[in-house]
Design a protein around this ligand. Structure first.
Ligand code: SF4
Length: 173
């Protein structure tokens, strides 16, 4: 649907279209969300519990025919570089916005990104609906997707070397 050259232009390192059936969903991953180490659990419409159960998330993903798995790699000063990690995180979310802009109008899709949503200063969750549902790109991990297994299923590198961080996303269509 989107040419590999276009993906490279927006900053994608690797990409592969696979069948959604090849993606591994794991109920046990939801327990990590519930431990709330990222402090995003129950904070926005992009994370659990708002996204529904893992079974519901899986059903939603499998309702599409294709899964474009993609990643991007960002530099770190060292493995303790939290600031660099956050910069990479924000850069990947910006990349997902550029990917969204490439989706042909009228195409039904679901775009999963990395961790939560920080578009609004204060999220409407849970009182009112999301302000930008068309740009709500839920978290891969929150959907119960095993990202290591995802990288293997797509033949993409999970770890791209020392002093780098790699983020993954999936565009279902
Ligand atoms: S777009 Fe705004 S309202 Fe919607 S999930 Fe993100 S922060 Fe919340």
């Amino acid at each position: 649907m989107i040419q590999a050259k276009k993906l490279q232009e927006i900053g994608v390192r690797g990409s592969q279209v696979i069948s959604p059936e090849k993606i591994t969903f794991e109920e046990r991953l939801r327990a990590f969300c519930e431990q709330n180490a990222c402090r995003l659990y129950g904070k926005t419409w992009a994370c659990p519990p708002a996204v529904g159960t893992v079974a519901q998330c899986k059903k939603r993903c499998l309702s599409y025919q294709n899964a474009l798995v993609f990643n991007a790699v960002y530099p770190l000063e060292d493995s303790f570089d939290y600031e660099g990690m956050m910069e990479g995180h924000d850069a990947f979310q910006a990349l997902c916005d550029r990917l969204y802009a490439l989706i042909p109008k009228g195409t039904p899709f679901l775009l999963l990104s990395n961790e939560g949503c920080s578009r609004c200063k204060e999220c409407t969750y849970p009182e009112r609906p999301c302000r930008m549902p068309e740009k709500l790109f839920p978290s891969l991990e929150g959907f119960g997707i095993n990202v290591l297994a995802l990288s293997e299923a797509a033949g993409l590198c999970y770890n791209n070397g020392e002093n780098t961080v790699t983020f993954f996303g999936v565009l279902f269509y």
